[in-house]
Ligand binder design. Structure first.
Ligand SMILES: [Zn+2]
Length: 452
């Protein structure tokens, strides 16, 4: 009876389909750790490595900010699907721009941008905060196929009169570029009174008002913990106004000048990350990301995998495929069909190319090859339902690994178990149904538990 239940559970677990990523899944990838790391490096709080040299970015003043520009360029180079333009437009002027071409409407362009130059040292809020957010959005979105083109732009010489953005916007207008919206970020990490207020600055030029309305829709759809002030007529004292000058739709998003809650360290060398309101900064970055992914439009390519018995199958049909061994990040020679039967236990991914879109799946655990089931008294799990501590008692030898999956088959955590008695802390795991897979080199078993 026990064995039957376990087999049924195995069949359930290993045929579970993970769903393709939604906008919400992607919003949750916006990482505060990643933002903070970039701000610390970019505002000179900690050293970093640029072009193979350990450096501290101690200045971003425009006549001395090439290391900062190189840092941005190097970040973009780490991401897929981006074409990088190192736009030198004068002796001291240098924009760094990355373009992700839309798969459906390559000529429909949305821009997310920030200036990276500064007036003095540090200048974390003005505008390492916006620079780090543009880089974070690029990190996540560049892994997705999008309908429309996204331009990630970091401007130079904003502080000298919006020169970098002016150069780009004028050129774009002369070339007839179909820019549908420009979201400029300038100072976005200060909230001194914790009221979560932020500003959208707008003017009735082109479709800027409709763009503001789209932003308000995204704000309410995803329930961000933010309070908006629409400022109309909005300020012209940042890069978005150069797009207004050229007849394009544009807005500024940032901390709240409207409620007089902008950083008191404005244009001072005391503008440092220690004065950031980090939860506020994170929320505002997620909001801007949500707008960009909504406007980008996720191409519906299913990059998920179904595991059934000894076979992995890509859920996208009528595509071309390449399977990867995730442990080595190498393509598996000859593994180019929709299904793949691994010859060893490990983690695997598939790269799916459908039309002009190529996406790689997340890595999937495959561990059922040549394994038999445990005896019913080999493994005891209790209590079940469990509140905090799950006890696992073992009567098996060798190295024992435990993996916890949620009901969608997503791997939550993996532990190496001790012989005999183990206690697993599930305090931070949300309540619900989970599956515990336990395996040695010879045996495997999967057990359903309920977390209260
Ligand atoms: Zn600024």
């Amino acid at each position: 009876m026990n064995k039957l239940i376990i087999n049924v559970l195995c069949a359930f677990l290993f045929s579970t389909v993970a769903f393709s990523q939604t906008i919400n899944d992607l919003i949750n990838k916006v990482s505060l750790d990643s933002l903070v790391k970039t701000v610390n490096e970019f505002s000179g709080e900690v050293p970093t490595v640029v072009n193979g040299n350990t450096v501290t970015i101690s200045s971003r003043i425009s006549n001395n900010n090439d290391v900062a520009a190189d840092y941005i360029k190097q970040k973009f180079q780490q991401f897929d699907n981006l074409t990088i333009t190192d736009q030198v437009y004068s002796a001291n002027g240098r924009n760094i721009i990355a373009t992700q071409i839309g798969k459906t409407n390559p000529n429909d362009i949305y821009i997310v941008c920030a200036h990276y130059d500064s007036v003095t040292s540090y200048c974390a809020d003005d505008n390492a905060s916006g620079t780090a957010t543009v880089l974070e959005i690029a990190r996540i979105l560049s892994a997705q196929c999008l309908d429309n083109t996204i331009v990630y732009a970091l401007w130079d010489e904003e502080e000298n009169g919006l020169l970098g953005a002016n150069y780009y916007a004028t050129q774009a207008s002369n070339n007839g570029a179909n820019i549908l919206g420009v979201l400029n970020i300038d100072m976005m990490a200060y909230d001194g009174n914790n009221d979560n207020n932020f500003d959208i600055d707008v003017l009735p030029i082109a479709n800027s008002i409709a763009m503001k309305d789209d932003l308000l829709n995204v704000l309410s759809t995803h329930g961000f913990n933010l309070v908006v002030n629409v400022v109309n007529p909005g300020t012209e004292y940042s890069d978005h106004s150069r797009f207004w000058n050229n007849g394009y739709s544009a807005v500024l998003v940032g901390e709240s000048w409207a409620t007089s809650d902008r950083t008191p360290h404005y244009h001072l060398p005391t503008d440092r990350i220690q004065y950031f309101n980090l939860p506020y900064y994170h929320e505002l970055a997620k909001f801007i990301f949500a707008y960009m992914v909504t406007k980008g439009g996720l191409v519906n390519v299913d990059n998920t995998i179904t595991t059934s018995g000894s076979t992995l199958t890509a859920n996208q049909s009528s595509a071309t495929y390449q399977w990867y061994n995730c442990d080595t990040d190498m393509a598996i020679s000859g593994a180019t069909n929709q299904s793949y039967a691994p010859t060893f236990n490990g983690t695997f991914a598939v790269e799916v190319t459908s039309g002009t879109c190529t996406e790689r799946s997340e890595c999937t655990l495959f561990n059922t090859l040549g394994l038999s089931s445990f005896n019913s008294d080999d493994i005891i799990l209790y209590p079940n339902p469990v509140e905090n501590e799950l006890k696992i008692e073992l009567k098996v030898g060798g190295e024992v690994t435990m993996s916890l999956f949620n009901i969608s088959g997503k791997l939550i955590v993996t532990h190496t178990l001790q012989q005999r008695k183990n206690s697993i802390n599930l305090k931070d795991v949300p309540s619900g149904v989970y599956f515990v897979n336990i395996r040695t080199s010879q045996k495997t078993g999967t057990y359903k538990i309920v977390k209260e």
